[in-house]
Write a new protein. Structure first.
Length: 559
């Protein structure tokens, strides 16, 4: 999985090219992030598609940073992007590139366009450029600078490069067609003056190519065969093709696919950045964030993400995927991999009155009922234990099969216990529950064939470790927080209950739990040891609940 194993329309197009011997049967893709933020789950779709496609065809995939905008880019982002791509399980080998490495070449490309009379230096203000562009209904107006001589353009462009003009005072524009039905073709800006330091080229340049002028040519320089990008670039394709034709250079084939949208979250670096900068979350790697660093910290696995990307497929029309489907993939993967342990999230004390005081015995507990090869462990049992508050009811309804006065229940891996008495606090709340156990039911099975309907989890009170649990929920309360609502910001729809912190008790076998380790807390949820966890102060992130709402949505049976 994650290797583009499922066929999709992109692969159909590639098959066609291979059949026609276009590109001599080569398949060479690239993942081209702009290093202006951390990668999110939407990028994972593009990574799986680009790297997965190369893998499927025995081709190559480059990692290229499209770092043409000096003001928003930082090395922190470059580093995190590389870490995330690797974490997802992909490798660019020695093919790490930067669009900024092509600045000189791109400059020469621009000079070539000027020499061919296909580009000019324009001095209209940014507002005027916009105004002259026209609208979808009305053609644009030609710039008064459009018919400058080639010589004058060459001189001015060189002076732009030398830093002789102020930021924003001049731009280089392509000379295409101000009345084109495609706004991208109405003399787009190719270069702007911006005297700011670039994360890699420092102060070498004070003019920077626009993304549109850099992107397609970078693909061409790298010999990319299939430039896979999202649908919003469909309208840019004629422009990219125009550049390649006028520059008389190698032309990749651009293929657009629909970007991933997910319910209850936002997938735009700008918005994610606003959440970080506005301190709505603890950082880019806050476990509630849809960033790859956030979901990694939360405990999602790369296999789950790759399976998710396979499952959603690749299509040509925009749609929104249910967040529950992502959780389904995480749950499926963790079900196979995670050790089961017992933890009580909302404890109430049970005293087993006929169990010897001061005694502790070790009981066998299997680590994963789905996979015997994962072995078993020894867990301590003693006279006082914690159970989940809601596993007990003083006045239970008919179908309640857990613990209640006079009722008998199985303690998982331990014994049958029967509730004899409730001890209350002065305010009427329950202080503890007094039970007796049946020594003949060791391991949780009775020798006389007596059956109990309920099985509950527990931890030994003296042995259990106190830990912190961070219970995460959806980051937004609204299905589509991107939808514009009058007078509202997307941050108005943040879920105030997206994080609940609890003190819990976990079995002591977790005392050496390592950061990043994932567990299933029996009957509760999957949890992962957080980066802030310490040996004497364990912290667990709730990865995903055990219950599967997506299965319900799909109307399927639980597998
Ligand atoms: P954002 O809108 O989050 O800033 P972007 O498209 O500007 O995203 P880039 O760094 O340019 O971010 O993206 C790198 C690659 O990832 C591009 O090829 C882009 O098309 C792809 N990509 C970005 N977002 C998604 C998404 N939601 N689904 C699929 N692919 C995406
Ligand atoms: Mg972008």
């Amino acid at each position: 999985m994650g290797e583009g194993s499922l066929n999709n329309f992109v692969h159909t197009m590639i098959d066609e090219d291979i059949k026609n011997n276009k590109y001599q049967g080569r398949v060479h893709t690239r993942f081209p992030p702009e290093p202006n933020g951390y990668l999110h789950i939407g990028h994972a779709k593009s990574i799986c598609l680009n790297f997965g496609t190369a893998k499927k065809y025995g081709g190559l995939c480059n990692l290229r940073f499209d770092d043409t905008n000096p003001s928003k880019e930082e090395t922190e982002f470059v580093d995190s992007i590389m870490e995330d791509v690797k974490w997802l399980g992909f490798d660019w080998d020695d093919r790490l590139f930067y669009a900024s490495d092509y600045f000189e070449q791109l400059y020469q490309f621009a000079v070539k366009l000027i020499q061919k009379g296909k580009a000019y230096v324009c001095e209209l203000s940014p507002e005027k450029v916009r105004e002259y562009r026209g609208t979808l209904k009305e053609p644009g107006k030609e710039s008064p600078f459009r018919n400058r001589s080639i010589e004058e353009n060459l001189t001015l462009f060189e002076k732009m490069r030398k830093g002789e003009f102020q930021d924003g005072s001049k731009v280089l524009r392509a000379k295409i067609d101000m009345s084109s039905g495609n706004l991208n073709m109405r003399d787009p800006v190719l270069y702007r003056i911006q005297k700011s330091e670039h994360h890699r080229t420092g102060n070498t340049w004070c003019i920077y190519p626009m993304y549109d002028f850099a992107h397609g040519q970078s693909d061409s320089i790298e010999g990319i065969t299939h430039s896979v990008c999202t649908l919003e670039f469909e309208d840019h394709r004629p422009l990219y093709e125009w550049f390649l034709k006028e520059l008389e250079i190698y032309a990749p084939r651009q293929i657009e696919f629909a970007r991933l949208n997910l319910t209850y979250t936002v997938l735009s670096k700008r918005k994610l950045r606003a959440l970080v900068e506005g301190k709505f979350v603890s950082g880019w790697n806050d476990p509630r964030m849809p960033t790859l660093s956030g979901i990694r910290r939360r405990g999602y696995t790369p296999e789950a993400i790759r399976n998710f990307c396979d499952m959603i497929g690749v299509s040509k029309s925009n749609s929104t995927v249910d967040f529950a489907m992502l959780e389904y993939c995480v749950r499926e993967d963790l079900n196979k991999k995670a050790h089961r342990v017992m933890a009580v999230l909302d404890p109430i004390k049970v005293v087993i009155t006929n169990y010897p005081e001061g005694q502790t015995e070790l009981l066998d507990a299997e680590n994963n009922p789905e996979d015997a090869s994962m072995g078993s462990r020894k867990i301590p049992f003693s006279r006082e234990i914690y159970i989940e508050r809601d596993d007990f009811m003083e006045n239970p309804p008919k179908k309640f099969h857990r613990l209640f006065p006079g009722g008998e229940v199985r303690l998982k891996f331990a014994y049958y216990i029967q509730c004899q008495e409730i001890v209350k606090n002065a305010d009427g709340s329950i202080k503890e529950i007094l039970c007796t156990y049946d020594p003949e039911t060791k391991g949780g099975w009775s020798s006389d064939g007596r059956k109990v309907k309920g099985t509950i989890h527990w931890v030994s009170a003296v042995d259990a470790l106190k830990a912190e649990a961070r219970l995460y929920d959806l980051l937004f309360t609204k299905q589509n927080p991107d939808e514009v609502e009058e007078g509202k910001e997307f941050t108005d729809f943040l879920n105030p209950q997206s994080l609940e912190i609890k003190t819990i008790y976990v079995e002591n076998t977790l005392k050496n739990a390592e950061i990043g380790q994932r567990y299933q807390f029996e009957r509760k949820a999957y949890f992962c040891v957080d980066v802030e966890s310490r040996k004497d102060a364990l912290v667990f992130n709730r990865v995903v609940n055990l219950k599967d709402s997506w299965i319900k949505i799909q109307g399927k049976e639980n597998p």
